[in-house]
Design a protein around this ligand. Structure first.
Ligand code: ADP
Length: 402
């Protein structure tokens, strides 16, 4: 089956056309600066160089129209007509409590996603635009919505309720939802498969460490806790997001700097995390390089980062009363042996021993603990687009979830 995966942001759009029978990517790319001067489309056919073209894209309609033109281009395209595209999978950021799994898109589903927009005002409306434009340009092709939050909907109340008056949950749906669910689901299942077992037999912790970062505890196949909350600001320290802080700090900064609450939120989202703490960069490659060159700010930031991840892992070991396997994924988790090593230094009490040779060498799926380690630690590259394509195929074929 050929599935077009669409991840529509407010001014950007990422796409991949995937063969779900072989997991092969026919073509992928992105449209940037939609509705802004200097918009550009990037297109890459499998095995070929990236093509970058500056071209006006006043709205998402032109952007998706261009993507389809590129996919059908006589010379560099990968399909002859739109009829070859069997289904479209849309990444949707917030599914609230309404969506516990992926769904075929209907008018009712669109309405329900709209109702969740209040919880993700920057993301859900953009995701919906992607759906509407696809309906317009590719009528009749079945579409599926895959939610970032759905995988975490199995969390029990004790994990998702905040310690604030219960009426805020009842009246405003304020609770922890969690994000990166597609990645946590893909990586946990893939790790079980890689370890030649089934997820339902394991206690697993997935560390998705990218620009955004989150950890989840998956107990015998069900997510029971995750570090992001009502929004993706909670939890670990990230590239530019603060993660957990004392909420009283917001008012304190607001008064001290005489700024608005919106400005404080901007600081917590865009100027904090490892970027804010180090004053150097949000990119972990820059930080690691600076640390190696003897920069103290980089060193204390990376130390604080690893410490925070290790504390979350410890709390999830407690929540599950044990752990069998830990996965590292996303940009930092997949590529930084040094950070993996720093985090795992705190985990010796679990009987976990890192094999520094495999930790520093190799690529792709791999085990980085010694054979006698009581807990296995793996590096599992994430693939959210493939997970969306598989979910789309499953629903279009009418298969049941595992
Ligand atoms: P997102 O999808 O959340 O934007 P990614 O999963 O692509 O993020 O991760 C991006 C992060 O991965 C960047 O901060 C980058 O520094 C980090 N990263 C990529 N390669 C390396 C590396 N070799 N060492 C350390 N960090 C890396």
């Amino acid at each position: 089956m050929k599935v077009l995966v669409i991840n529509c942001g407010s001014s950007s759009l990422k796409y991949q056309l995937i063969n779900t029978d072989t997991d092969e990517v026919f073509a992928k790319g992105l449209c940037e600066r939609i509705g802004i001067d200097g918009s550009q489309i990037v297109y890459q056919k499998e095995g070929c160089q990236k093509e970058k073209t500056l071209t006006p894209m006043p709205t998402h309609k032109e952007a998706i129209g261009l993507v389809l033109e590129y996919l059908m281009n006589e010379e560099t395209g990968v399909v002859k007509s739109l009829d070859e595209i069997d289904a479209i999978g849309h990444r949707i950021v917030h599914g609230g409590e309404k969506f516990t799994e992926s769904v075929l898109i209907t008018d009712e589903v669109i309405e329900a996603i709209e109702e969740c927009s209040e919880l993700a005002p920057l993301h859900n409306p953009a995701n919906l635009t992607g759906i509407r434009v696809c309906q317009m340009l590719m009528p009749g092709i079945p579409m599926v919505a895959v939610f970032d939050t759905a995988f975490h909907q199995t969390m029990p109340e004790k994990a998702y309720l905040y310690g604030i008056p219960y009426k805020y949950y009842e009246n405003y749906s304020i609770r922890r939802y969690g994000f990166h669910g597609t990645s946590h689901k893909y990586v946990s299942n893939h790790m079980a498969h890689f370890l030649k077992t089934r997820l339902k037999y394991l206690k697993v912790i997935v560390c998705h460490l990218g620009n955004g970062a989150s950890i989840s505890a998956i107990d015998h196949g069900k997510c029971i806790d995750t570090s992001m909350g009502m929004t993706p600001l909670e939890g670990l320290m990230m590239g530019t997001r603060s993660g957990d802080i004392d909420p009283a700090i917001l008012e304190y900064i607001q008064k001290k700097d005489n700024i608005t609450i919106e400005e404080v939120m901007d600081i917590l989202n865009k100027e904090s995390g490892v970027y804010g703490m180090s004053g150097i960069s949000s990119d972990f490659r820059d930080l690691t390089e600076a640390e190696e060159a003897g920069n103290q700010a980089a060193a204390r930031t990376l130390e604080a980062y690893a410490y925070r991840v290790a504390k979350y892992i410890g709390s999830y070991v407690a929540a599950m009363n044990g752990v069998d396997a830990i996965a590292f994924t996303a940009g930092v988790g997949e590529n930084s042996a040094v950070i993996r090593s720093e985090i795992c230094k705190y985990l010796g009490y679990l009987g976990l021993t890192i094999d520094e040779v495999t930790n520093h060498a190799g690529s792709g799926d791999r085990i980085i603990t010694t054979p006698d380690s009581r807990v296995r630690v793996c590096v599992i590259p994430t693939n959210e687009e493939l997970e969306i394509a598989r979910e789309t195929m499953r629903l279009v074929k009418g298969d049941k979830a595992e």
